[in-house]
Design a protein around this ligand. Structure first.
Ligand code: C2E
Ligand code: MG
Ligand code: MG
Ligand code: MG
Length: 282
């Protein structure tokens, strides 16, 4: 994405303003107006069924093109949005936009694709998360079973009781729950039995190294086997080559995403990507 950003903007941002107070303030104030100004977009990274090779859907990933700083990675602005409270507004927008886009894919005949949305722990802990999800589904017409929420382990470890009830009710509606970056967070796995969770997303740090490092391969394999013992499915993130893909498939991993297929694409490019593949397959 840095390619189509204005010349030098990305480098300028990374090299000279990294981690500085100025940067923080600049981002925090810019973010406030970014939503209204249409500077925020959702890009979609395709996810694949490793058994059939077909596209299952996509993960929605937030992108911000700042008028002066250029493309700012979500790893920079999401934490700032969390600290300033803006994450709630941002998160609702993401949820509504992702549901709208996913319903459009269905109406356009792309098939029964699902969309995975990242939800910040702060956003999830709010009282009205269930209402927000329900409204996003209702307004878009997207079936609940086509929506997956990606949550982090830290959320499930703190605050356990209340979260459990919310997950139960979301699950009862058909909403899917995935644990993002699995394996990098807390080590108490008891929450996996207590909570209504459908999928573990194996963190890309293990997946990317699994063909070069036997310990990483062992971890990936153990996560997949544990998931199956608990009736959970797995999604591997960060698959960059066919060797990794083949090994994941051999271990029984159900689905994956990564640069091996595609980075996150603007919404219209994602639609084209799906159409191209369907044309080849059909
Ligand atoms: P994540 O949810 O774990 O997303 C996966 C990240 O890995 C994405 O980075 C994606 O572009 C990148 N990635 C995917 N495949 C590959 C690959 O094969 N190789 C490599 N090297 N990287 C790959 P991105 O888009 O920069 O997002 C970073 C993080 O920002 C996300 O991690 C997520 O935690 C957060 N984020 C993004 N969008 C949202 C959002 O709408 N809401 C919230 N709350 N967080 C978001
Ligand atoms: Mg994610
Ligand atoms: Mg992840
Ligand atoms: Mg991650």
């Amino acid at each position: 994405q840095s390619k189509d950003a204005g010349r030098n903007t990305f480098c300028f941002f990374d090299a000279s303003m990294n981690e500085s107070v100025t940067e923080h303030l600049h981002i925090a104030s810019g973010l406030r107006s970014a939503l209204a100004a249409g500077e925020l977009q959702l890009h979609y990274q395709p996810q694949f069924d490793l058994h059939s090779g077909r596209i299952l859907g996509a993960e929605a990933l937030l992108r911000w093109h700042h008028p002066e700083l250029g493309w700012i990675p979500p790893g920079k602005f999401i934490p700032i949005a969390e600290r300033s409270g803006l994450i709630n507004e941002l998160g609702s927008w993401v949820l509504r936009q992702a549901c709208r886009d996913a319903q459009a894919w269905r109406s356009d005949g792309l098939g029964e694709l699902r969309v995975a949305v990242n939800v910040s722990p702060l956003q999830f802990r709010r009282d009205d998360i269930e209402r927000e999800v329900a409204q996003a589904l209702l307004a878009s017409g997207l079936p609940a079973t086509a929506l997956e929420l990606e949550l982090t382990e830290s959320l499930l470890v703190a605050d356990a009781r209340n979260i459990g009830e919310v997950l139960q009710r979301l699950g009862a509606q058909g909403v899917q729950i995935a644990i993002d970056d699995f394996g990098t967070g807390y080590s108490n796995l008891g929450y996996l039995r207590r909570f209504s969770v459908h999928r573990l997303k194996i963190d890309q740090s293990f997946v990317r190294r699994m063909c070069a490092n036997a310990h990483d391969e062992g971890l990936v394999r153990a996560i997949i086997e544990m998931a199956h013992c608990l009736d959970l499915q797995t999604v591997a993130e960060g698959v960059e080559d066919s060797q990794t893909l083949e090994r994941l498939h051999a271990f029984g991993c159900e689905s994956a995403q990564g640069y091996h297929w595609s980075p996150a694409l603007p919404a219209d490019a994602f639609v084209e990507f799906v159409r191209d593949r369907q044309a080849v397959a059909g």
